[in-house]
Design a protein around this ligand. Structure first.
Ligand code: HEC
Ligand code: HEC
Ligand code: HEC
Ligand code: HEC
Ligand code: HEC
Length: 478
């Protein structure tokens, strides 16, 4: 064919500086990869940057090298053509080069596909998502403390299939550059707000069968008073979860057979919902509810959404607590000793104070709690020293998993829509003030959502009747 093929492979690979660079990159990446791999395989790599190096940076170098080699060869070929006129047929050389190219390509494809496969796998772990990127520290902390702590981040954040993967990676690159340039928002927007959530038919509903969940759910919510004795009370609710045709309940009312609910929101966090449309294909009902105080032009401009699981369960895994609730829970489980006078009041006050950093909170909260007992209750400080120091540590831990001063994430930054006591939640629509043409409203009838069996009672009658009086409290302890 030409002079160009007349040369040994090594000469070919080294004939142009680009090919040379390419070969260099390929070998270096491959060798370093082989060197780091055993570490990762032994599973002792805690440092997430190692993962990035191994499954992202090295493969990129490797592929870049692969691309450079043929570019160099091609450029070199042009040079040879221009310079040297005569061309000879060299079938043997051609065969050799073809075999070389075939073999190396196959080998490279295998290596590269293995690398990418592992890279994808790696990028789907909670380690990669939550730890590599420090801005996600709050989400990782809340996730580890939730019923989904065994579910991969991507199960909820990435749609299955190639397009979902690419969309997520594109967003990931955008986010990564925002982090690198340090211009990411603080706090980062909730996923609903930034439109980063995948439709629930591709996430939640792959694991949960909405029509199948229990018809009622018995909830016992602990509470402790602000008094010296931290007086314990309990709220007992029977939640009408429902879902089936027989038990319509909460789930059935919004997405039972034939039911569809759409709504419009005025703000990105979807806290102000002025328009709700209910349709039922089975009964041919259609009702449109509008709140009286909304202006027509505002409503026309508001985006519309189909109601989904996450419109109620927006915090199924990133459950940030409020100080009162976190302290109530810790006192119920015994992590905080209810025997310490005024602990509830002190604890909530200390948690609500501002600290410059997680470290500072970790130091100052235990110090302040100890100081309180030493000055106000010296006897308690003496006899219950361990309970006081343990309580200090527990409070610091509660603070550190909910408040992230450097990211401007504080109490209540991310609201929970499942309920109505800590944020509007259900009452965004169920406020008796969204009115349909026939004057019907979306009701706030307490009993349609839950049977209130006891509200902050010290020994709820219902628990006695069920023979559970002391047992629930016992169960809540570890
Ligand atoms: C069970 C489903 C689920 C899993 C698993 C999950 N998330 Fe989320 N995540 C959500 C939902 C739902 C939201 C939206 C909350 C909202 O908008 O109110 C969210 C929001 C976020 C946000 C935006 C900030 C915020 O708090 O709203 C980040 C960042 C995030 N998740 C990261 C992660 C990381 C990292 C992991 C794995 C360690 C993970 N998520 C696992 C469901 C999940
Ligand atoms: C990969 C599977 C998977 C996905 C995806 C998933 N979940 Fe779950 N979810 C689970 C498992 C497993 C549990 C039960 C945990 C347990 O009981 O220990 C659970 C528990 C729950 C619970 C009950 C929590 C409680 O307090 O008892 C709710 C509510 C829930 N999920 C909602 C959601 C929502 C909303 C989504 C979508 C954003 C979702 N889940 C996505 C597997 C999944
Ligand atoms: C209208 C609001 C709303 C919507 C929409 C909604 N849920 Fe629920 N769901 C609730 C409430 C309220 C509970 C009871 C929570 C509790 O008491 O802890 C609940 C309970 C659950 C439970 C726990 C059931 C049990 O018996 O422990 C699961 C699982 C669940 N929902 C999954 C889903 C999934 C999946 C979707 C979407 C297909 C969904 N939910 C949509 C309000 C909703
Ligand atoms: C986006 C608006 C919206 C939100 C948010 C919402 N709902 Fe609803 N809800 C509706 C609509 C619309 C209906 C049906 C009204 C009708 O029948 O015309 C409904 C009906 C119900 C019903 C049936 C009432 C009855 O009398 O039959 C229950 C129960 C219910 N919702 C519970 C909840 C709970 C619990 C939450 C919060 C976790 C919640 N809803 C949040 C819009 C909403
Ligand atoms: C649209 C449905 C809905 C209506 C109407 C409703 N609630 Fe609730 N309520 C909820 C949900 C959901 C929760 C949260 C349950 C959970 O966190 O597990 C809740 C929780 C509560 C709690 C427990 C708060 C706590 O300490 O955690 C009380 C008390 C309560 N509701 C009282 C009422 C009263 C009183 C009314 C009538 C004015 C009412 N609710 C109407 C859905 C509703």
């Amino acid at each position: 064919m030409n002079r160009f093929l007349d040369r040994p492979i090594l000469a070919l690979l080294t004939s142009h500086w680009l090919s040379m660079l390419g070969s260099g990159l390929v070998t270096t990446a491959a060798i370093s990869w082989l060197l780091v791999l055993p570490l990762q395989m032994r599973g002792h790599v805690e440092n997430p940057y190692m993962g990035i190096l191994l499954f992202v940076a090295l493969p990129i170098l490797f592929v870049a090298g692969l691309l450079l080699i043929p570019v160099g060869v091609l450029l070199d070929r042009r040079r040879v053509r221009r310079g040297v006129a005569a061309a000879q047929d060299r079938p043997a050389v051609m065969r050799r080069v073809a075999t070389f190219l075939a073999i190396t390509t196959i080998a490279n494809v295998i290596i590269a596909s293995q690398l990418t496969y592992r890279a994808v796998e790696h990028m789907e772990t909670a380690q990669f998502c939550g730890q590599t990127c420090h801005v996600m520290a709050p989400e990782l902390a809340s996730y580890q403390n939730s019923p989904h702590s065994r579910v991969a981040c991507v199960s909820c954040h990435v749609a299955p299939g190639a397009s979902g993967w690419f969309a997520a990676k594109a967003a990931g690159v955008r986010q990564l550059s925002a982090v690198a340039l340090n211009n990411h928002p603080r706090p980062i927007a909730s996923a609903i707000e930034s439109g980063m959530l995948v439709p629930d038919s591709e996430t939640c509903e792959r694991c949960h069968w909405p029509q199948g969940s229990g018809s009622v759910k018995f909830s016992v919510i602990p509470n402790f008073g602000d008094d010296e004795a931290n007086t314990a009370t309990q709220t007992v609710l029977m939640m009408m979860v429902g879902g089936s045709k027989a038990a319509r309940g909460i789930h059935g009312a919004h997405f039972g057979p034939g039911v569809s609910v759409r709504y419009a929101a005025l703000d990105p966090k979807r806290q102000t919902i002025p328009w709700v449309e209910y349709t039922n294909a089975e009964s041919n009902d259609r009702r449109t509810y509008v709140s009286a105080d909304v202006k027509a032009d505002q409503l026309a401009a508001a985006p519309r959404f189909q109601m989904q699981c996450v419109d109620c369960h927006n915090r199924p895994t990133h459950r940030f607590e409020l100080p009162e609730r976190a302290v109530n829970r810790a006192m119920a489980t015994g992590d905080l000793s209810p025997g310490l006078p005024f602990l509830k009041k002190q604890a909530v006050e200390l948690l609500r104070k501002e600290y410059a950093s997680a470290d500072e909170a970790g130091r100052r909260i235990p110090e302040a709690l100890t100081a309180f007992y030493e000055t106000k209750y010296p006897q308690v400080a003496g006899t219950q020293r361990k309970a006081v120091t343990d309580a200090g540590k527990q409070l610091a831990a509660i603070y550190q998993r909910n408040v992230f001063p450097d990211l401007k994430v504080t109490w209540g930054t991310y609201v929970n829509n499942l309920g109505h006591t800590d944020s509007p939640g259900c009452f965004r629509c169920h406020d008796d003030a969204h009115v349909a043409a026939n004057q019907a409203t979306i009701k706030q009838d307490c009993a349609s959502c839950h049977e209130l069996l006891a509200v902050e009672e010290s020994t709820p009658e219902i628990l006695k009747t069920l023979g559970l009086a002391g047992k629930i409290a016992q169960l809540q302890k570890r």
